[in-house]
Write a protein that binds this ligand. Structure first.
Ligand SMILES: [Zn+2]
Length: 154
């Protein structure tokens, strides 16, 4: 999905990496004749590209970025106490990832963004919640689960 550039850093090889709002990084090399991004070589050029959007395939693959810290978790819910808001489409804020941990039983996880997906979660398969992507859950029989939220540390 499309993600805004929020900053930059250089990797160990001094190649420029754009930092995206989701927490992922993406190389933005100027490597003629294959990759032509002369703007990345100057502070002015990089600043001019802040806020533009790049396609983030790692969000599409539900991969959590490195370097996130868990900062909050919900209470544990069961099939009778799931808040109505979780059963309707909702999304986390920019940069906020969630992990749906099923403690026992099974939960249906519907992702309405990213082209639409449906997954069955259980204690061995947590659900990854991608920032700003609409989703909701439904119980699939008896279930106990909680959601843990992660964002960039520091
Ligand atoms: Zn991403």
């Amino acid at each position: 999905m499309r993600r805004a550039v929020t900053g930059y850093h250089q990797d160990d090889a001094s190649d420029w990496v754009a930092e995206l709002g989701c927490g992922h990084g993406q190389h933005v090399r100027h490597n003629p004749p294959f990759f032509l991004r002369p703007w990345v070589l100057t502070p002015e050029g990089r600043a001019s590209m802040l806020g533009t959007e790049l396609d983030c395939v790692r969000c599409d693959r539900l991969e959590m970025p490195d370097g996130l810290v868990a900062y909050k978790r919900t209470a544990e819910f069961d099939e009778g106490t799931i808040p109505g808001g979780l059963r309707k489409n909702h999304a986390t804020k920019p940069g906020v990832w969630g992990v749906i941990h099923v403690v026992s039983g099974r939960l249906r996880y519907h992702i309405d963004g990213l082209g639409g997906r449906e997954m069955r979660l259980d204690p061995g398969s947590p659900g990854i919640v991608v920032p700003e992507v609409l989703h909701h859950v439904d119980p699939d029989g008896p279930v106990r689960f909680f959601v843990e939220f992660h964002r960039k540390g520091g």
